[in-house]
Design a protein around this ligand. Structure first.
Ligand SMILES: Nc1nc(O)c(N)c(N[C@@H]2O[C@H](COP(=O)(O)O)[C@@H](O)[C@H]2O)n1
Length: 386
């Protein structure tokens, strides 16, 4: 497996921290299950398919031991097409299965241990956590990073979901709500009482939402500031630009246009607006023509004083010139008075010859290029750059 973002480990070895995606479906009153012995189905077929697509996109799937005991999941990719695509990419048919267990006491006959094209690891490893010491998820992430896990899906249960959010270890939350209530005070809630960093002062970014049949789906991105502790500097720029790249995965894909994500932060590094190519936004006109940076800026009042200290993060160089509308994204950025732009990839001379970065610099805007994330922008735009 290939490695991703660098994180310091033991002050010496540099490995890559996994991108952590939490996934759960709850009832309208926030429950993951009821208290009956039989398995409660919250998802419908479309939502189960979303979960399967997510499983197929990750290197590892993590659950708590309670979920193994209660639901006995196999944690495999169900779709034969998706399994074949993984194998064609040189990956195992299903991701690595990871179980967090304070006691290590698990039934060896559990479905998660069945050898069906996927390996299973139980944490704590031998000699650690004896006597039920809670497993430290941060240590687990470090160890998974050393094993080459770049993208981790966390499927539950409640205490694991709560811990990953409360410890600021989640980058993304894929959250679905089924249209019924459980109403049992003893039923497990997805997110228990905790001091969550994702508070009203640090709202998550709604990257996508929609109906999957009668289930409502939302995809949130988390600005995990605890990772490097900073709101400024190169680490913060990489973290926020990475969010813009992840946001670009929400773009409706069209064959003749780029998928771009943009994030605007205020002078303290707090996210104040987001946009992605072809995002629906009332008032801009035909959404097919909407550009990421244009959408992110259109959501803000042009007189917003924060714009004068803002940074705009964009996965692709702001466009200039533009055919589909009179003003390019470079024009919008200059008109907004934004003093700083951070981008991952200069626009390849494929659809147009773009000079957005040079025009911005010539106008006095600080332009920072972080080509480390260029490969991910290329991957999102593999329909044009593959
Ligand atoms: N920076 C940026 N953000 C987007 O969201 C985009 N779709 C693009 N696309 C580029 O913008 C130029 C003109 O686009 P139109 O076809 O006129 O809308 C061209 O260079 C595209 O590649 N760029």
């Amino acid at each position: 497996m290939r490695l991703r973002r660098p994180v310091a480990h033991n002050g010496a070895v540099t490995v890559t921290a996994p991108w952590v995606v939490l996934s759960c479906t709850t009832s309208l009153d926030g429950c993951l299950d009821d208290t009956a012995a039989r398995r409660l189905l919250l998802s419908n077929d479309a939502d189960f398919d979303r979960v399967d697509a997510l499983r197929a996109s990750v290197d590892a799937i993590l659950v708590g031991a309670g979920t193994v005991r209660a639901d006995n999941p196999r944690l495999l990719v169900r779709s034969a097409t998706r399994r074949a695509a993984r194998v064609a990419r040189g990956e195992p048919a299903s991701p690595l299965r990871v179980v967090l267990s304070g006691s290590g006491e698990l039934d060896p006959a559990a479905a998660v241990f069945a050898a069906e094209g996927a390996e299973t690891i139980v944490y704590p490893a031998a000699g650690r956590g004896v006597g039920g010491r809670p497993v430290d998820p941060g240590e687990v992430l470090d160890d998974l990073a050393r094993r080459g896990v770049r993208r981790l899906m966390v499927e539950g249960g409640a205490s694991v979901l709560t811990r990953f959010l409360a410890d600021d270890l989640a980058d993304e939350l894929q959250f679905s709500v089924a249209p019924f209530l459980i109403g049992d005070p003893a039923a497990p809630r997805a997110f228990g009482p905790a001091g969550y960093p994702q508070s009203c002062d640090r709202r998550m970014i709604l990257a996508d939402s929609g109906a999957l049949g009668d289930v409502q789906f939302s995809r949130y991105l988390v600005d995990r500031r605890a990772r490097d502790g900073s709101a400024r500097g190169r680490g913060a720029d990489l973290r926020l630009l990475r969010l813009a790249v992840e946001l670009s995965r929400s773009c409706p894909r069209v064959s003749g246009a780029y998928s771009v994500g943009a994030i605007v932060t205020d002078g303290r590094g707090a996210v104040i607006s987001t946009g992605y190519s072809r995002e629906l936004l009332r008032g801009l006109g035909d959404p097919e023509k909407n550009h990421a940076e244009e959408v992110a800026l259109a959501k803000l009042d042009p007189a917003d004083p924060r714009l004068k200290q803002a940074t705009l993060y964009t996965s692709l160089e702001p466009c200039s010139p533009r055919a589909s509308r009179p003003l390019s994204c470079t024009d919008h950025i200059l008109a907004a008075g934004i003093p700083r732009v951070v981008l991952a990839l200069r626009e390849p001379a494929l659809l147009a010859v773009c000079d957005g970065a040079d025009r911005l610099r010539a106008a006095g805007v600080e332009v920072v290029e972080l080509p480390e994330l260029g490969a991910q922008v290329r991957e999102v735009n593999s329909h044009l750059l593959g």
